[in-house]
Write a protein that binds this ligand. Structure first.
Ligand code: F6P
Length: 546
């Protein structure tokens, strides 16, 4: 496979798009009363409704054919078989092994990785049990009350998001904190809330070299030693999660308190590994296993279901439809579930770090659009902020709506109001409001003549704005696992279609290199030089004495 637009079906899709471009979702629903049942699927407690997309059966057939012509089934096979699909880093991609709840061996270079995966899981379980039961005590003999995860990117976003999402399953005696930003304000705020005698730090970094994480970790270490007056306290208050045992040792953490993972786990795919330690400490082993099981169920579905029934494939191909044929540059995640407030941030890294690429697997520039600009937030709050653009702006922004049918907080009408807003927004984006409808409303309000004509265009909603609704009965660990694996495989599938490597991230390197050069100049250890006038001017401004 080389250039996706060279595949025969790509041209068919272009022609089909031309025929579909003016068709309104209103017409598609009016023409087919069974549209919802045709274009929705159940997966356990999850309901995925993609009927509000600008597609027909023919569209879906062509998109699935594109997946076939791009050799998606072979790529799935290669990935699950541990082949080196991350070719630029010469690594396998096996986060699926971390949640492999079957007895199936998974091989990397001929060796089964499952015994190692299960051994680390057992190490994590023992440690988490000790913390949760109050057997793991701080230096002064007190039990742990605050757990501070220090990490960034994949070593922060996944664990933070899942701990928030599964709060109803969390140990209420533990307070979970996540420090990521190197801005001293972040760690200062968290440390101010913690009692050193009862605080456990988890230093989470795949490489154990990430500047932000190591800076925050050293600050936390210095704080603890100062507060407890004893360097040996580090052993009782710091553990590490990393692939870099040497780095952990150098930092001063006993490698017996290090939870390892492997280079075939990408940072943004790592919450299932030891990077998930804060999740396990918070929700306990039973629920953590349910999370893994939910993901494993989706992995098995992705690996075995026919492409036309395959949920990650369907969602991926719908994304490709808008990105490459409608020219939609952006997609939005709208969560009607406060527990999922950090999901958009997590998905942003998952999607944009994976598919924000412009060089293909043959080292050539891509000729089609790749990963979208992914953004989003709490849907209900967004209604009063950015939805204006979604409804009446000039950009087509396909949306994902996420909502639970049932809330763990059944207070008055809150949940019904929340859901009614979610359903209404998806409906409004889809149906819009026609000019005759808007005119009739204005007339009913007593407007006529020039006043009516002037106001009328502002009151029209074009509609035809597509969305997927991902609803679930309750936000259980199982549902959470399936949902996240669904998104992971969607991103992978799109990478296959675009013939890019979704598992490297070279684009993060340049900024890191330049920051290393600027740091001594800012600190005054070296005169500033070799930059453009803008950078020099800004450095000079920052160096102005306070
Ligand atoms: O700079 C990007 C990145 O490498 C991400 O891919 C990764 O999730 C994050 O930094 C953190 O990396 P680490 O876990 O090695 O500290």
């Amino acid at each position: 496979m080389s250039v996706p637009s060279d595949l025969p079906v790509w041209q068919e899709l272009k022609a089909h798009h031309a025929a579909m471009a003016d068709l309104h979702l209103r017409e598609l629903f009016a023409a087919d009363p069974a549209r919802f049942s045709t274009f929705s699927r159940r997966f356990g407690d999850l309901l995925v409704d993609f009927s509000k997309h600008r597609i027909t059966g023919e569209t879906l057939g062509l998109l699935i054919e594109l997946a076939r012509q791009a050799q998606l089934p072979a790529w799935i096979e290669r990935t699950f078989n541990g082949e080196m699909v991350n070719h630029t880093e010469r690594r396998s991609v096996l986060h699926v092994a971390l949640r492999n709840r079957s007895d199936r061996p998974i091989l990397v270079n001929g060796a089964d990785v499952m015994p190692g995966v299960n051994a680390v899981l057992e190490h994590m379980r023992k440690f988490a049990d000790q913390v949760r039961r109050g057997k793991w005590r701080g230096q002064t003999g007190k039990r742990i009350r605050d757990v501070v995860n220090i990490g960034i990117g994949g070593s922060d976003l996944g664990p933070k998001m899942v701990c928030e999402a599964l709060e109803p399953y969390g140990d209420p005696t533990l307070r979970m904190h996540f420090v990521s930003n190197v801005d001293g304000a972040h760690i200062s705020h968290v440390l101010a809330e913690c009692d050193p005698e009862t605080t456990l730090f988890i230093i989470a970094s795949k490489t154990f070299t990430t500047q932000e994480t190591m800076t925050n970790a050293h600050t936390a270490r210095a704080w603890l030693i100062k507060e407890l007056g004893d360097e040996t306290a580090v052993a009782k208050h710091f553990v590490a999660v990393s692939t870099n045992a040497e780095g952990v040792r150098k930092f001063g953490i006993d490698t017996a308190n290090m939870f390892e993972f492997w280079d075939w786990v990408g940072g943004r795919y790592s919450l299932w590994s030891a990077i998930g330690l804060p999740i396990l400490v918070y929700i306990g082993m039973e629920h953590f296993i349910e999370l893994l099981e939910g993901a494993h169920a989706m992995d098995e579905h992705f690996r075995t279901a026919p492409l036309e029934e395959n949920l990650p494939v369907i969602l991926a191909m719908l994304g490709v439809w808008y990105i490459d044929f409608f020219g939609a540059a952006s997609q939005v995640t709208l969560v009607y579930d406060d527990y999922l407030r950090s999901l958009p941030d997590y998905l942003q890294q998952l999607d944009m770090e994976s598919n924000g690429k412009s060089i293909d697997r043959e080292s050539q520039p891509v000729t089609v659009n790749t990963g979208p600009i992914l953004w989003g937030g709490l849907g209900n709050n967004g209604q009063h902020a950015f939805y204006q653009l979604l409804h009446q702006g000039t950009h087509l922004v396909p949306a994902d709506f996420l909502a639970p049918a049932h809330s763990p907080n059944p207070i008055g009408d809150h949940h019904a109001i929340l859901l009614s807003n979610c359903l209404a927004q998806a409906e409004a984006l889809m149906v819009g409001k026609t000019e005759p409808q808007a005119r009739a409303e204005l007339e009913k309000q007593g407007l006529s003549g020039e006043a009516l004509e002037q106001l009328l265009p502002y009151k029209v909603f074009p509609g035809n704005r597509p969305s997927t609704s991902l609803f679930y009965r309750h936000l259980t660990p199982q549902v959470m696992g399936s949902l996240l694996a669904l998104y992971e495989h969607k991103v992978f599938t799109q990478g296959v279609i675009w013939n890019i490597n979704s598992f490297d991230q070279w684009g993060v390197e340049l900024g890191k290199q330049l920051a290393n050069a600027i740091l001594p100049e800012l600190k005054g250890d070296r005169p500033a030089g070799g930059h453009d006038s803008s950078t020099l001017g800004l450095i000079a401004f920052c160096r102005t004495p306070d």
